[in-house]
Structure formats: structure tokens, C-alpha cells
Design a protein around this ligand. Sequence first.
Ligand code: GLC
Length: 605
Amino acid sequence: MIQMLQKFKTALLAAGLSSVLALGFAALPGVGQSPEPKPATMHASSASLENWWKNAVYYEIYPRSFQDSNGDGIGDLNGITQRLDYLQKLGVEAIWLSPIYPSPQVDFGYDISDYENIDPQYGTLADFDKLVAEAKKHNIRIIMDMVMNHSSDKHKWFEESRSSRNNPYRNWYVWKDGKGETATDKGQPPNNWQSDFGHSAWEWDEKTRQWYYHKFYKEQPDFNWNNPEVKKAFDDILKFWMNKGVAGFRFDAITTLFEDPNWIDDKEILDKNGKTFLNAYGDVTLDDARTNNLPEVHDVIRHIREVMDSVPPTKFPGRRIMIGETYVPTIKDLLNMYGTKAKPEFELPMDTQLGFINKMDVATFRSKINDAETGLEGNVPLFVFDNHDNPRIDARYGDGVHDDDITRVISTVLFASKDAALFYNGAEIGMKTTPPTRKEDVKDPVGITGWPKDKGRDGERTPMQWDDSEYAGFSTVKPWLPVPPNKSTINVKSEQADPNSLLHWYERLIELKKTNPVFDHGQNIMLNTDNTKVLSWVRKGPGKQAIVVATNFTAEPQTIDLSAKSAGVSGTKLKTVLKSPIASEPASIDKVELPAFGVYIGEVQ
Ligand code: GLC
């Protein structure tokens, strides 16, 4: 169903691991009280701008679906600029923009045909400059998506590369002879490697009679990262955007830059009966260890780090950061993505191990949060629960009855843990996954190949729901993907007016993260570690301050003891900081009652 996730699960296998509650928002003492939360300001509590990114709140925007400003049904840069006030009020400090470069849009921007320009569908370089400048006024940094694994087959480099075997760009991509080729028959691909998007990862090129490798669509040929010219070209691209004032990059598909130089077949993965099995595309499931997470990847990441540090930040002060798309199976693999002090790599490789558990399972959540707390040698985890590649929270964690409350639980884990927090546009209003119902309506090619098992990623890319008008305030014309009918109740405007809305919950949680020193500096210590219904923890210090957090992972009411003595906290009273709307004030610290999927956050006194 979910491509990236399937790969991730495969990696785990390979590693051998085996009644709607109308919750009312309580106006309570402390952070949760203000009905109009103040916009988050630049990290006043962080000592230096160098550290701005560590406890920061990141927001992924899928530009095609965020805001259309010119009435063509497709979101654009000026649309994002128009919504900066909204984002600042929400507390967003950095925006990761999914790709906006010129592209044939086969993979909706992840197939880039010019790395130093803006696709006319999204605007111009001048619009981009305006976005960076206006975002700065809102204390929001811009982070670009950087796709280095592959380009579009329409990029001039690939057009050159495929034009002849002697072309200087030939070696910029991965070309191989096949097996059993004759003068009249192209034979077979060089090996059994598969594309993440289904079927062979090799495409025959008739003109030069060789096969080229593509980890993703055939319109996305992979670069040959053993060629120093490719490296040099990307150094220049990174510098180009840094000089335009971007605060960093999210490195797409970074683990797949290299392929095993022996070009031997991938192994089949066997099920528990020792049999091979088919994936959603009807292909035998393979372990892609020969094309994923090869050690050479780290040399490139280290090199990028040096390039990033070589250009002083001009337009926006503070460290430029590197976020990694790192679907890796173990905490050890994730730790490797940070590099070492002497040879640093990513500041923020995404921790997908917590965010894509896809089950309200307390023990697994606890163990993954603990992994991040204890297994990353003090590096900052980047927690993330949603993105443009995976069904939204409702489809992975929801029960169809308590989805908003479940999102409150998940967002509490996201914002009240010790982490940098990343979330996807629309999560804050509880947008729901809305996949196409007919194959002929599918836009994401992977949904056509995988139909009906994998309906593709359209369901999580529907237009942002700003209001209840025909096109949800996203556009004045029919958008590129349909607006879900639930826009009449799930939309920014109505949630702004409702003090108990999910949107206000997000605002308050983020405000708490940004303004309370415990959430900036404190330790994260798990409480009640045998409990399988409630996940609870304490954020402790600096100084004596301690805040306890309890989240009910079940549809039944639960009672929990939050005296945090085991964590060295001595207070016996609680002062409520934030709680689910219908949760009652606790009788005492050792008897906190939580409604179905309820959340309680309180300061120990
Ligand atoms: C990343 C992107 C995804 C894209 C793929 C190929 O996983 O998030 O949307 O299709 O890379 O570029």
C-alpha cells in the first residue's frame, strides 16, 4: 500500500526484526489558557542562533496542494506567501517545501529537469525570493527538498547522456549491458533489481543499446555518484540555493545514491513458511540491500556537510541544517546518519521508527522514544508522523470514531517529547486520507501500477482545507486533486472559530514546546513503564521544574499514577498545563483520570 513504508518494513525484515467524544477544551492555568496563542518567536531561550534548529517546529508543505493564488487549480509560491501569517500563528519555525523546481511532474516534482529554477506552475525565482524575504519577517525559515539520487529523464544532462555512448555526460548516470543481447533482441536487464515503484529498475534505451538504472520511475534515471562531476554539479546547486537564503535542505532518497558494484541479484525475502511472496505490484519481494544504505552514502553526506558550512549564512542568520529522508531499520543505523563530532553528517535524519509504528501500541512507542533518548548519543531526534508519501494519521492510527483525539495523543508525543518536531500540512486540522475511488482518477503513477492494493499517494495530497467553500479556499477553480467532502467541517476557518478544535490544540502544544524551558532543555523520563494502556513520561529540569505527560492509547477511560518519584521528582501536587477538553482536573497526582484517548499535561508542585 505505502511504498516508502513497504521498503521500510522490508528493511526491518532484512534486519531480522522480526461514540465520538465531543471534547471541550479546558481553559486552564498556564500555557493552555490563552484563546489566541502568541506566535512562536525565535528561540529566545536557546543560547545562540547556532542552535535554533534543535527544539524547532518544522512544517512540510506540499506546494501543489497548499494554496493556489492564480486560479489554475495548482498551489504555488505566492499562495504559500499569503499564508505565512497562519503558519506563524501556528508556531511554525521552518517550512520544508516539497520540490518546486522545473519538472515534467511525473513524480510531482521529484523528477527535476532544472535544479536552479522554479517550475512556472509554482512561480518564478522572484516569487521565491519574495517568499524567503516575507518568511523571514515571520521568523520562518525555508528548507528546500534536494533530490540527488536521480533527475528527470528530461534533464539536459540525461538527454546528453542517452544521446551516445561517447557523450561526456554518459557516465553521469548508471548504464549497463544486459544479459543475452543479440542484434535483434535486447535480452534481459543486467540483474533482478526492482524499482521502489514496481517492476524492473532497469530501462532499455534503444538508441545506445544499453540499460539505465532507476530506483524510482523510469522517468527518474539514477545519477552515478561514483563520478566526481556529479558531486561537483551538486556542490554548485547547493551553493546556488544557500546564496538565495535557504536555511537548509531535506535530502530526498539519500540512502539510495549508490549501488553494489558487483551488480549481483538481490535476494528474495521469504515469508514465515519459507516461501517467496508478491508485493502490491505483483513482483516477488526482494531485499534491496544492494541498492540501499551502502556505506559510500556517508562519504557524500559528510561532503555535503562541508559544502553547507563553506557558505556563510547571509539572508537568515543561524546554522544551515541538513534533514535526511532516512528510512532505516534500527536506532544504530539512525545514529550513523548523524556522523561523529569530527565528521558530522545530518543534523536531523528523520526518525521514522517511531512515527511509522502505525499501531496505538504503548510498549512500542515507549521503546522507540527511549531508543531516541538513549541511543543517539545526545543527538537531536527528528520525530515525524506524517508526510506526502504515507496515508495520514487517521488511516494509520485512527479508529474512525476518535480520530481527532487519537491525533491529540500522537501530536502530544510529537511536541512534548525531547525532539525537533516535523509535521505535514493539514495534520493540524485533522485532514483525512482521501484516496481515489476509481483507477481512472489516480494521479500518482504508483497508484496505477499498484491498483487496487496500492492506490498511490493522492489520498494524502488532497488540497489544504482552508474553509467550507466549493474548493475549500484552496482555489477558485477545480483543483488538480478533488477536495474531500469533509471540508465542510474539517477546515481552518471553522477550527479557528472553535476553541476546542484540533487546530487550537496544535497551537497550544507548540506554544508549550516553544515557551516552557522544560520542553527546550529538560530530560525525558518514562513513567509507569509496565502500563500497556497509558504512555506517560516526565520532562524534568532545568532546575527543579518537572512536567508530567499522560496519554491514553485506548478507547476506554484509564486511571494513572503520575507521582514521578521513580524519576527523582519530589512534588505531590499537579498544576494543569494542558489537557484534553473533557478530561477532568485530577483528584491528586496519584489518581489522574483520562477519558478515551485523553491527554493530560501538568506541572508537579
Ligand atoms: C522520496 C519522496 C517521494 C518520491 C521519491 C522519489 O521518497 O518523498 O515522494 O517519490 O523520493 O524521488
